[in-house]
Design a protein around this ligand. Structure first.
Ligand code: UDX
Length: 437
């Protein structure tokens, strides 16, 4: 079997390189010529641990190639994976399906023989059935198109690992032969007894959004308790540990802090609400509105803490450590850290910023912040330091060394990762989310 992967962002590039690693011949397709040129040279245009090595290896071996031509993909591949983005529509909550629709039409028109199209993007429930009809109506005479939805659950920062060692595989389709083909594609994982869930289109689509809605809810749940402990006293980290020991709850995704961001969780919970409203189920997912609001209130809270510490923001010197939405990523889409940095700037503060990977992406969104080459440069002369993305190099900072560089020893731990006692022993005023000041 030969594959095409349409869309070469985080999801598509990872899928393409991982399939090549498994021995398949893969053609990556994108409409962005610059991206295709870069990938063809073996250069990854974003940060993802482990992926540059795979890309270089398989571009060199010839097993992985890239093109902007759908005609070439239609000629080349037996299975076409759709991995283009479904961003939030401007000014609305729903998902923008323009890229998915265009990709499915284009590849269906280009397919020169019987083929399987497999959607991997996150889409509103009901899309797969509609896209199957679209693909079949666009197919050439005599070409049979099978259709399946196979959502992807990879996390940025662990994309290769999650693709090669998924927790489960989900396939929604009405075609037995599609199930058989995908079992063969994923034989490597099934050999390790990865659960393979073969189901209908709607369940497959919903599994993905349900998983993301659940994770977002878990984070906002603990962050809502932060609001309580900040008022009444108590320690949110101890609370999270204690409830997390209950196996029915589990400790993961209970890290309180400045909240969730990125290209998935925020947009997916909004798109889910928009979709169920369209279906006439207005109140069903209303709680997700609250999940979103709790999450956004955490950003207000950090700005409030800084303002309170400094008695106003005008002219204050602030150092923001971390702008990526999470560590091991250069992604700043809907990043709580970058949002807070921008708001502090807009309130009159001088904002120094440093992120080990995301300075460049951040400066495209907020060019006016002062981007620094290291955390030591960023904290020099600061009235307050904010730790907003928990990169290891920040978690491991020495309070004495940082203390010798700042104007005032004040730090806001927006991710609850510092050893507060050690910092306080060094004369720092430490403020955290989830504990009373
Ligand atoms: C998420 C899902 O985990 C993944 O399965 C899906 O395919 C895409 O969306 P990702 O966006 O890469 O993946 O990041 P994730 O690790 O889930 O983190 C999302 C956000 O939640 C980050 O901003 C992170 O900092 C935040 N987070 C996570 C918390 O604030 N607290 C936690 O306990 C966990």
């Amino acid at each position: 079997m030969k594959f095409s992967v349409i869309g070469t962002g985080y999801l598509g590039a990872t899928h393409a390189a991982s399939m090549a690693e498994l021995g398949f011949e893969v053609l990556g397709v994108d409409i962005d010529q610059e991206k295709i040129d870069s990938l063809s040279r073996g250069e990854l245009p974003f940060h993802e641990p482990g992926l540059p090595e795979l890309l270089r290896k398989h571009v060199a071996s010839g097993r992985l190639r890239f093109t902007t031509s759908f005609a070439e993909a239609g000629e080349f591949a037996d299975v076409h994976f759709i991995a283009v983005g479904t961003p939030q529509r401007a000014g609305e909550h729903g998902a923008d399906m323009t890229y998915v629709d265009a990709s499915v039409s284009a590849i269906a028109r280009a397919a020169t023989r019987d083929t399987l199209i497999v959607g991997k993007s996150t889409v509103p429930v009901g899309s797969a059935r509609r896209l199957k009809d679209l693909a079949q109506s666009e197919a050439r005479n005599g070409v049979k198109i099978d259709f399946a939805w196979n959502p992807e659950f990879l996390r940025e920062g662990f994309a290769v690992e999650d693709t090669l060692r998924p927790d489960r595989l989900v396939v929604g389709t009405d075609s037995d032969s599609a199930v058989e083909k995908l079992r063969a594609v994923y034989a490597y994982a099934l050999g390790r007894e990865t659960p393979f869930i073969s189901t209908d289109f709607e369940t497959a689509e919903l599994v993905k959004v349900a998983a993301n809605a659940f994770l977002a809810t878990k984070i906002s749940f603990i962050n809502a308790f932060s609001e309580v402990t900040e008022t009444v006293g108590g320690d949110i980290r101890v609370l999270a540990d204690a409830i997390g020991y209950d196996k029915r709850i589990g400790r993961r995704f209970l890290n309180a802090g400045v909240g969730f961001g990125g290209g998935c969780l925020p947009k997916d919970i909004r798109a889910l609400q928009a979709r169920v409203s369209e279906l006439g189920l207005d109140s069903t997912m209303r709680f997700l509105n609250e999940v979103d609001e709790i999450n956004l209130r955490r950003r207000d809270r950090v700005v409030h803490i800084v303002s309170e510490l400094l008695d106003g923001l005008e002219g204050a010197s602030v150092a923001v450590l971390g702008t990526a939405f999470k560590p091991n990523s250069d992604d700043v889409r809907d990043s709580p850290a970058l949002d807070v940095a921008g708001r502090l700037y807009n309130s009159g503060a001088d904002v120094n910023v440093y992120d080990p990977q995301a300075n460049e992406n951040s400066s495209k969104r907020f060019p006016r912040l002062n981007y620094c080459a290291s955390y030591k440069d960023a904290v020099a002369g600061a009235d307050v330091v904010l730790l907003l993305t928990e990169w290891d190099e920040f978690v491991e900072m020495d309070p004495e060394i940082v203390g010798s560089l700042v104007s005032h020893r004040r730090i806001v731990d927006g991710r609850n990762v510092l050893n507060t006692d050690t910092w306080e022993d060094s004369g720092w005023v430490v403020r955290t989310l989830g504990r009373k000041s």
